[in-house]
Design a protein around this ligand. Structure first.
Ligand code: FES
Length: 88
């Protein structure tokens, strides 16, 4: 049994990024140095990971065209398209 994580490629705002299967979308974004990927509706304040356990909804992002997905709760998979308010 191999313990080596499978390498996959996702896109962050159309930029291909190599990562490992099993990581959360939030972990991949943070690993690329992206700490915020949306802004608050009223004040435009930056938001990214906060609780990291699916409770606060600060980490919402668009995944494969589906808006409002919690980045901390979704595992990346090959060819996943992740979009948000960030520069990849
Ligand atoms: S960081 Fe709180 S729900 Fe994702």
């Amino acid at each position: 049994m191999s313990t080596t994580p499978q390498r996959i490629t996702v896109t962050l705002n159309s930029k291909p990024v190599g990562t490992e299967q099993g990581r959360s979308v939030g972990a991949v974004l943070m690993g690329e140095g992206i700490k915020a990927w949306r802004t608050t509706r009223n004040e435009g304040k930056p938001r990214g990971l906060f609780c990291g356990i699916g409770a606060c909804y600060d980490c919402l992002v668009t995944i494969d065209g589906q808006p409002n997905q919690r980045a901390c709760m979704v595992e990346v998979c090959d060819s996943m398209n992740i979009e948000g308010d960030f520069d990849a």
